[in-house]
Ligand binder design. Structure first.
Ligand SMILES: Cc1cc2nc3c(=O)[nH]c(=O)nc-3n(C[C@H](O)[C@H](O)[C@H](O)COP(=O)(O)OP(=O)(O)OC[C@H]3O[C@@H](n4cnc5c(N)ncnc54)[C@H](O)[C@@H]3O)c2cc1C
Length: 86
């Protein structure tokens, strides 16, 4: 991949919404789009491509921002994706 000096659009976050938006924008071949993603490219990782391995993603800092609600009687985890494809 070659980085360019300028883009028409910069999409921050390569998750579900960001990649749909980038895909739609690049339907126009004259439009240059960059996608910035904080996490890694996991498109070929078997933990992503194998449906039964979803549980390997939870609380794993490679895939999950590991957000938590504020401390309370019943604290819940708020899984939030951290990789290309969200
Ligand atoms: C383990 C797991 C399993 C799930 N399974 C399902 C399912 O089976 N069915 C279903 O419908 N939904 C599922 N979800 C929920 C679904 O993934 C989300 O609802 C959806 O992806 C949200 O889309 P989004 O574009 O809003 O955010 P995301 O897809 O989370 O994308 C946001 C992206 O932005 C990136 N980002 C954040 N901050 C920055 C920054 N400052 N700079 C650059 N990049 C940044 C993040 O790393 C992330 O990749 C699951 C979620 C998780 C975590």
């Amino acid at each position: 991949m070659t980085l360019q000096q300028e883009y028409d659009y910069v999409v921050v976050g390569g998750g579900t919404a960001g990649l749909v938006l980038a895909n739609r924008l690049t339907e126009d071949p004259h439009v240059e789009v960059a996608v910035l993603e904080a996490g890694s490219d996991r498109l070929k990782d078997p933990r992503i491509t194998t449906p039964g391995l979803t549980s390997a993603l939870y609380d794993n800092p490679e895939f999950d921002w590991i957000f938590r609600s504020t401390p309370q009687v019943s604290q819940i985890s708020l899984e939030k994706s951290k990789y290309i494809e969200g």
